[in-house]
Design a protein around this ligand. Structure first.
Ligand code: CDP
Ligand code: CDP
Length: 230
């Protein structure tokens, strides 16, 4: 019998966080929490309401009124905002282009971090994002910083979007680089490797290899905690 732990997976866009985090959660029978989807949901609602996306008060006010629920789905997680399933609306180019501006707002980050911490209270959570190991769950028993080269990350996204997405591989690589820059340079909880995070470079590696490595670390961390408590 091993103890439940929390696992934080952070890294830049297209590193494989959601894919890997979901599979690690399944392997360990843990709950997967996609925090990027939460920032995307706030961005979607702010755009729908025509709010100025850089207005900390207005968008923060909105974020406070949003009840965001994450449900496990067959292939991906379902995101329910005030009762409405918005899952299929969150990964558009428009949201990609705007989400990092909304994610810079202190009011929004505060609200999201509160919600995310409450989801991880009971442990047994695999949470992916940008600031999970550094800020949201600084005491997570296992922290992973997942990366891959910018070209490989752009390529993965390009394959997902398909040739009809209306964007070239070069454009996509530029947009990803710009989003990474905004995420790394923002003042509050920027994208950063925690000092105690394992660095995992997934360039040229299969999903299964990366998942296997993280699951092993997870099992080892859970075992260490169980034996420390004996
Ligand atoms: O899937 P992808 O890596 O492209 O993005 P995501 O994980 O869905 O995150 C979308 C955006 O939300 C990021 O570019 C960040 O601006 C923001 N985000 C954040 O600021 N903090 C988090 N913990 C998660 C996402
Ligand atoms: O969440 P994040 O933006 O970090 O990445 P993602 O949405 O999981 O997308 C990563 C894509 O790269 C998915 O299509 C994966 O199948 C693929 N991939 C991976 O995640 N890990 C590898 N080692 C190789 C490919």
């Amino acid at each position: 019998q091993t103890h439940l732990i929390n696992i934080a997976i952070d890294g830049p866009a297209g590193a494989g966080k959601s894919t890997v985090a979901r599979m690690v959660a399944t392997a360990l029978q843990y709950i997967y929490v996609d925090t990027g989807a939460m920032y995307r949901a706030v961005t979607l609602k702010a755009i729908e309401m025509d709010l100025p996306l850089e207005d900390n008060d207005k968008v923060g006010q909105l974020a406070k009124q949003l009840d965001i629920v994450l449900l496990p789905g067959a292939k991906s997680q379902r995101v329910i905002v005030n009762g409405e399933d918005v899952s299929s609306l969150l990964r558009s180019l428009e949201i990609n282009r705007n989400v990092s501006y909304v994610a810079r707002l202190e009011s929004v980050r505060q609200r999201m971090a509160d919600l995310q911490r409450s989801m991880a209270l009971e442990k047994g959570v695999v949470m992916d994002g940008r600031d999970i190991g550094t800020h949201v769950l600084p005491n997570a028993e296992l922290k992973i910083f997942l990366t891959a080269t910018p070209r490989e990350r752009a390529n993965r996204r390009f394959m997902e979007l398909g040739p009809d997405a209306g964007i070239t591989l070069d454009q996509l690589e530029k947009e990803i680089a710009e989003r990474d820059r905004l995420d790394q340079e923002r003042e509050i909880a920027p994208l950063l490797q925690a000092p105690d995070a394992h660095l995992v470079d997934s360039t040229g590696r299969t999903v299964d290899e990366v998942v296997g490595e993280i699951v092993q670390w997870g099992l080892a961390a859970a075992k260490t905690i169980s034996s420390e408590e004996k």
